[in-house]
Design a protein around this ligand. Structure first.
Ligand code: AMP
Ligand code: ZN
Length: 467
């Protein structure tokens, strides 16, 4: 499997730190508002990377944080007259709802920065002890020049950076010994949320959060660190400096960065005001259309967002889902039968397309080509499924569902998911009755009734219908 590594600017064979395992860390959102569909791109892309590793049998430890303390959160809290914690709490909940809609698997660990302050303080202490950081009036700075390899990810030359920084003065950072130094710990300002530390009350800088959470939940050396390309500098460059200076080990073997989601060829961003939230778009399109749209392009290329392109993704997805429906019908309706040699020859063709899908994914997760392989499979399936029996249809169905699953595309129609949910509830009601828990049984009946589902107890069991 080949991954384009931003660190070396080339595709490299993936060799895990521990055989059979992948530890990956994806920088998560700062939670002060609804996420926009630009923020959704790394979520979708790296969730798909994770799913592919799992499909290949790897045990993936997927860590993605919430940045829940930050200037923007504090500003929003002050505007609304509520606490920063309340703002973060609210938008973490909303973000999780959007992620569920986009079919993003919950991370193995989803740490919140504010719950990891102790570890950050320890890391900062180690950096001070090792001579990589210093304190001035309650602020702790990282001594950038003390890390000899600074700039290795972003390919920036430290002297050029110095020249660029000389004129920029940030208020509150007057104590810096070198304009290149960056903040690890900042002192409390009036009315701000703060934690006790050896340098007085304050809060951590943004970069140290990820260094600490990555170390705690994966280890000193992780396999993959990922995020949008705007994070390469300074965020990821600073993370490398902190982690490697602290641990004395390689921080991450592979660095993956997704390209921007653009509108009119400009980066979609909250500050520029040219953004759509996932919530808004969800009112116009099923969110899985957005997921499919994002995966129709290679993750490193810029992707322009437009209604025309999303409409075309919608049509494409519909073609796949229709093919799956036809297979499912044929698999369910036909009688059990054998696969004839002629049918087997077509299954062999399908297997070749599975290979093609895998080859695309193994070439730096080229989902665009992987989707193309699925379309070829759809053509093959549509032209043959009526000719052969149910065993053939079941086999094609299984393949299509598996590959769609790798891309995080749900092939069951909403209606069918609903049916499955109803049946689960009916089963639970039967169990409740058996256990003489009539209150729960009635509660389930009422809940279903509220959704327009009527239950009828018959001799053959419970039957249901939509009212
Ligand atoms: P933020 O909340 O700004 O820290 O961003 C969270 C994640 O979304 C980061 O990985 C960013 O790089 C990514 N991101 C933000 N805007 C875009 C965009 N327009 N296209 C792609 N990724 C983005
Ligand atoms: Zn980060």
């Amino acid at each position: 499997m080949k991954i384009y590594n931003t660190l070396t600017r080339q595709k490299e064979e993936f060799v895990p730190v521990n055989p059979g395992k992948v530890g990956m860390y994806v920088c998560g959102p700062t939670v002060y508002n609804y996420i926009h569909i630009g923020n959704a791109r790394p979520m979708i892309v790296f969730d798909t990377v994770r799913r592919y590793f799992e499909y290949k049998g790897y045990d993936v430890n997927y860590v993605s944080n919430f940045t829940d303390v930050d200037d923007k959160i504090i500003k929003k809290a002050n505007e609304e007259g509520v606490s920063a914690i309340e703002i973060a709490e609210r938008y973490i909940k909303e973000c999780k709802q959007d992620m569920e809609g986009l079919n993003i698997k919950p991370a193995t660990h989803q740490p919140r920065a504010t719950e990891e302050i102790d570890g950050m303080i320890k890391m900062i202490q180690t950096l001070i002890e090792k001579g990589h950081a210093y304190e001035v009036d309650g602020t702790v700075y990282f001594k950038t020049r003390s890390f000899k390899e600074y700039g290795k990810l972003s390919k920036k030359n430290i002297d050029d950076l110095e020249a660029g920084h000389r004129e920029i003065k940030v208020t509150g950072e007057e104590g810096k010994k070198d304009p290149l130094d960056f903040v690890l710990w900042k002192p409390k300002k009036e009315g701000e949320i703060a934690w006790a530390s050896p340098w007085g009350e304050g809060r951590p800088g943004w970069h140290i959060e990820c260094s600490e959470m990555s170390k705690k939940y994966i280890g000193d050396t992780i396999d993959i660190h990922a995020g949008g390309e705007d994070l390469i500098f300074p965020h990821h460059e600073n993370e490398i400096a902190q982690s490697e200076a602290c641990n004395g080990e390689c921080f991450s073997k592979y660095w993956m960065h997704n390209g921007f989601l653009n509108i009119d060829n400009k980066k979609m961003s909250k500050s520029a005001g040219n953004f759509f939230t996932v919530r808004e778009i969800g009112e116009k399109y099923p969110l899985q259309v957005i997921r499919f749209f994002m995966l129709s392009a290679h993750y490193r290329t810029p992707l322009n967002f437009s209604d025309t392109l999303v409409e075309s993704a919608k049509t494409g997805l519909e073609r796949i889902l229709n093919a799956v429906d036809i297979c499912r019908d044929a698999a369910e309706k036909g009688s059990e039968d054998e696969i004839t040699p002629k049918a087997q020859a077509h299954l062999d063709e399908i297997q070749k397309l599975v290979k093609k899908f895998e080859e695309a994914m193994e070439d730096d997760f080229n989902t665009a080509d992987a989707v193309a392989a699925i379309f070829e499979m759809v053509r093959e399936s549509n032209s043959t499924v009526k000719e052969f029996g149910s065993a053939y249809a079941a086999s094609v169905l299984n393949t299509l569902e598996t590959l769609c699953g790798v891309l995080g595309i749900e092939t069951k129609r909403e209606e069918e998911i609903l049916d499955a949910d109803i049946e689960k509830l009916i089963e639970e009601r039967q169990q409740a009755r058996k256990e003489k828990n009539f209150a729960r049984a009635d509660e389930i009946r009422d809940q279903l009734l509220a959704q327009g589902i009527v239950l009828k107890d018959t001799r053959e069991g419970v039957k249901w219908s939509r009212a």
